[in-house]
Write a protein that binds this ligand. Sequence first.
Ligand SMILES: Cc1ncc(COP(=O)(O)O)c(C=O)c1O
Length: 408
Amino acid sequence: MTLYEESAAMTSNVNRGLEDRLRAELDDMKARGVHKELLYIGGRQSAVVDIEGLGEIINMCSNNYLGLCDEPRVMEAVKDGVEKYGAGTSSVRFICGTFDIHRELEDKIADFLELPASLTYTSAWNANEGLFAPLLTEEDALISDRLNHACIIDGIRLCKAQRKIYDHMDMDSLREALESSRDARHRLVITDGVFSMEGEVAPLPDIRELCDRYDAILAVDDSHATGALGDTGRGTPEYHGMHGEVDIITSTLGKALGGMAGGFTASSEAVIDTLIQSSRTQLFTNSLPPFSACGAVAAIEHLEEHPELVTKLHDNTEYYREGLIALGYEPIPGETAIVPVIIGETADAIRLSRELLEEGVFVIGFGYPVVPRGEARIRCQISAAHEREHIDAALAALEKVGGRLNLI
Ligand SMILES: Cc1ncc(COP(=O)(O)O)c(C=O)c1O
């Protein structure tokens, strides 16, 4: 055997080993009923979606909180954006990937959130992952809620600051973490504004008070709150009456604000300029496609002119929560459009969601590792795109399937 043949044989052995291991793991997941199957949608993201092989299904699991994914004004802005700016940027921001529409969108975001400046990324994942390392070093402390989103966890892993995890929304635990970081140069507390798997709203006034007491920076990932929470959709700070009192806000353009790709960080001029200089998920990856920026500008303008969409979302949510409780379900208490019902075992949550799908309702079941073991759940998400008939039909299906599976 030549050296070349030998190395080719070795490579294929390695690959076969990996293939065999992955196949065995996937087969095991299938046997345990926890394997995720992808469903293909053949039309627009809306209150009802056309799922391949299933037809029209009521959609109770999208982040399309305000129904802007198929809002004509937003779609028109995207089309005009393609016409004006072409298909993409072919560059990172600091080389030749900065377009005037980026500035327009970033000014609009800063105004909307009442913070001095903002910077867009291709996703909120990138915004969070690229946030901490440019701001903090070994001399600093990064303090994070135990249930923060995965992109915050990954962002923390990429930063050299000391790490402290406090128990979920537990102010005693946060105080201890702050107390034990007194010697650090800076302390930065990061929390989800609305926790994506629980739908709970972070207690920002209490967190702010502790941050003030310990001279700490407060950062909030408001991805599930921007556009959805507060009377005019300005998120968790508005909900708590704390306009402009959060030092750093990260959020997404991929949920309430039109559902396209994109995310951002909003903060002071100095923080934003530092991110432009050294945030790696900004420096080494293409900038937000201009057509997405056009769509996001239109989405924010539409929201500013139509706060009744937020009111409708809140009314729909209240109606759905009350309906679920009347059926005998026990959703995690809260006021947000994320309405999870803990089922327990992953296989049971997935079975419930499969049977709901057969009844024409799309609700996803989540299990470990997305949520802690034994706390598998279905997560229902409400939208302003829903009419009462959609919500009533979803509740009727939940009654039928929940009864059949002895859940209510
Ligand atoms: C709390 C939170 N942060 C960030 C993200 C990531 O958002 P994007 O899709 O813009 O990367 C999500 C999305 O699921 C989220 O729930």
